[in-house]
Ligand binder design. Structure first.
Ligand code: KIV
Length: 274
């Protein structure tokens, strides 16, 4: 929905008013498209490791990667809130490391940061918030710790995991987050967390009863090699792009490109030069 600049404070106040629309973007053109489409939040997700850098997981993504991609997104997107992911290793060592990393992202245009984990990282969240940078939490399936938590499987389907999820959400709220991403948790558990916490829940693969939804840009436009079961593809951009590049290759090989309209002519006779 076009209009005024979206801030973290505004996202917080949207809870219960209307669904929050969030999408990832990793570069200038995708951020420009997301902004033009009227999303509320752009997340420069560390999913960029798999989606645009071709890594096997998010673990290879560095703070330098996040800084470069956040800067590109910030140059394009004007209205949505820009949230940058804190990559693996950029906040775990200490609260001061976490603040330094968040400051590096804020300097290039991040208006908030997101970090994965619950009560075990609540002190990092509080330190970043105290430094003046809004923080979005991330619970449920946390890909940076996928190996430790048992792989890419749905979370909080049983009582114990659902109870843990709620406790983690509460400790993040206490630490000062303005919203929480819930990734791949049962719809029932996501609904309980959404009801119990005062900040918006923004869900991916966690059902219909959250305060908002987030999705990976390349999944909705059909540019991902591996699309998760909970994503919805709205267009097959890969097919459209392959067709375009194939037609270009044919035109070059058949002498149809460039044609007169793509050519610039000399202003004065040049024949005598060669
Ligand atoms: O990196 C990412 O794209 C994310 C979303 C799945 C929320 O963290």
């Amino acid at each position: 929905m076009p209009g005024d600049k979206v801030t973290a404070r505004r996202i917080l106040k949207m809870k219960g008013l209307r669904p929050i629309v969030a999408v990832t973007a990793y570069d200038y053109p995708t951020a420009w498209i997301a902004d033009e489409a009227g999303v509320d939040v752009i997340l420069v997700g560390d999913s960029l490791g798999m989606v645009v850098l071709g890594y096997p997981s998010t673990l290879q993504v560095t703070l330098d990667d996040m800084v470069r991609h956040t800067a590109a997104v910030a140059r394009a997107a004007k209205r949505p809130l820009i949230v940058a992911d804190m990559p693996f290793g950029s906040y775990e060592p200490s609260s001061s490391t976490a603040v330094e990393s968040a400051v590096a992202l804020a300097r290039v245009g991040a208006e908030a940061v997101k970090l994965e984990g619950g009560s075990e990282y609540a002190d990092r969240v509080k330190a970043i918030v105290d430094a003046g940078i809004p923080v979005m939490g991330h619970l449920g399936l946390t890909p940076q710790r996928a190996m430790r938590i048992g792989g890419y499987r749905p979370r909080a389907r049983g009582r114990e995991e659902a109870r843990r999820l709620l406790l983690d959400a509460e400790s993040l709220v206490e630490a000062g987050v303005f919203s929480i991403v819930l990734e791949f948790v049962s719809e029932e558990a996501a609904e309980i967390v959404t009801r119990r916490v005062p900040v918006p829940t923004i869900c991916i693969g966690s059902g219909r009863r959250c305060d908002g939804q987030i999705i990976v840009f390349h999944d909705i436009v059909g540019l991902s090699r591996h699309t998760p079961p909970f994503a919805k593809k709205y267009v097959d951009a890969r097919r459209i792009m392959v067709e375009a590049v194939t037609r270009y290759a044919e035109d070059v090989r058949n002498g149809r490109f460039p044609s007169e309209e793509h050519v610039v002519h000399a202003k004065e006779p040049l024949e005598d030069l060669g």
